[in-house]
Design a protein around this ligand. Structure first.
Ligand code: CA
Ligand code: CA
Ligand code: CA
Length: 377
């Protein structure tokens, strides 16, 4: 009974509220209209009680409580309205700044409010972002988010380029043996690379201009490209040698009895050449035989190309057993050899100066071709 009485005296006119409570993506202007001349009172977000006179601007989430007070001072029922106002689009951030990278990237997109994030790689289709993804090739990532009430962020793009390959540095001249000082040049196959080197284990230096090596040197070097890829260190070894080799001969020149095997030995890695009795120059590899008086010339050429002055030595060789077959040239006898059908073999001893002993003639008629015979000097 009391309630109905209160209702009777407190009821103010019908209050109309615009806009209706709900979700809005823009600032809202709240207005009250009352059908009689009651006063409207309200609070915003639990704040102080105010009397409504002019429309109220709501730029953020707002809880409005309002009621009427009639001219008799009767207070009407309080009504609470909730406005969700979000006029601000979300902001999405990407975890790696745009730029050049030398390793695979894990890309993470994060929005500053509850949102759905969409992204695309290059000209691909937009897809909903659900988890980090990997990127290892040049690409532009486009992305934006939509918040829960539909505010859409402007599309952002972030551009990535990748260089996963180390540079390759070239050194000139090629490592090796040289007769003179050398100017060393280093170059990288990638523009923008930095080249580093050490000389004979010294401190590392940044290469800028060619440098000269005066003596045997080991140069270690590598490049780092603009993406930060580091080449594996390489080493180049140079020998600077302007001294000719010295070759020794054994046995020493002189008078010898019987065939002599001549050995040539250089004092450093060299090609040794020799010539016997003004014959053609030959490359020495194994000892060679002298079976008569001989003039031997020889020299060494080292790896750097230094050439030893030609040495000329003489050997007198006597008491060499020689033979000839069917009147052919005289051949020094070095050991048993195969005979053939109907050969005439002659043997003698040759002395220094080319004189011969008496010639012994031995004729063999070999019936069985597998037979061999042995000649004794
Ligand atoms: Ca928002
Ligand atoms: Ca590279
Ligand atoms: Ca040398």
């Amino acid at each position: 009974m009391l309630l109905s009485l209160l209702g009777l005296f407190s009821s103010s006119g019908l209050i109309e509220v615009l806009p209706a409570p709900g979700e809005y993506t823009s600032i809202q202007t709240l207005s009250f209209t009352v059908s009689d001349n009651s006063t409207i009172k309200f609070t915003l977000n639990g704040g102080v009680e105010q009397i409504y006179t002019v429309p109220i601007t709501m730029s953020e989430n707002t809880v409005v409580e309002y009621w009427g007070v009639d001219q008799g001072g009767n207070i009407g029922e309080k009504t609470t309205l909730t406005y969700i106002i979000d006029a601000i689009a979300p902001t999405t951030t990407i975890n790696h700044p745009a730029g050049l990278y030398n390793s695979i990237l894990e890309v993470i997109l994060i929005s500053d409010e509850t949102s759905i994030i969409r992204y695309k790689i290059g000209n691909g289709a937009y897809q909903i972002y659900t988890a980090p993804f990997l990127l290892s090739t040049d690409a532009i990532i486009s992305y934006y988010a939509t918040d829960t009430i539909g505010n859409i962020e402007s599309v952002k793009t972030t551009s990535y380029t990748f260089d996963l390959v180390s540079p390759v540095t070239t050194i000139k001249p090629n490592p090796g043996f040289y007769k003179t000082v050398q100017n060393i040049t280093l170059s990288s196959n990638e523009l923008g690379s930095a080249i580093y080197y050490t000389l004979n284990g010294g401190i590392e230096q940044v290469y800028s201009t060619p440098f000269t090596i005066l003596t045997d040197s080991i140069i270690e070097y590598y490049s780092i490209d603009s993406a930060g890829n580091r080449e594996v260190t390489k080493a180049a070894s140079y020998v600077i040698d302007n001294i000719a080799p010295i070759t020794s001969i054994s046995p020493l020149p002189g008078l010898y009895s019987g065939i002599q095997n001549i050995t040539l030995t250089p004092n450093e890695s060299s090609v040794v050449q020799y010539s016997v009795n003004n014959g053609p120059w030959q490359v020495y590899s194994i000892p060679f035989m002298l079976a008569e008086d001989s003039e031997v010339r020889y020299r060494g050429i080292d790896i750097s190309g230094n050439i030893e002055a030609i040495k000329t030595v003489n050997y007198l060789i006597t008491d060499v057993t020689v033979y000839r077959i069917n009147g052919g040239p005289w051949i020094p006898y070095t050991g048993p050899f195969n005979g053939h059908h109907y050969e005439k073999i002659e043997a003698a001893v040759r002395y220094t100066g080319g004189a011969f002993s008496d010639i012994n003639e031995v004729s063999y008629t070999i019936i069985d071709t597998t037979d061999q015979w042995i000649m004794v000097g």
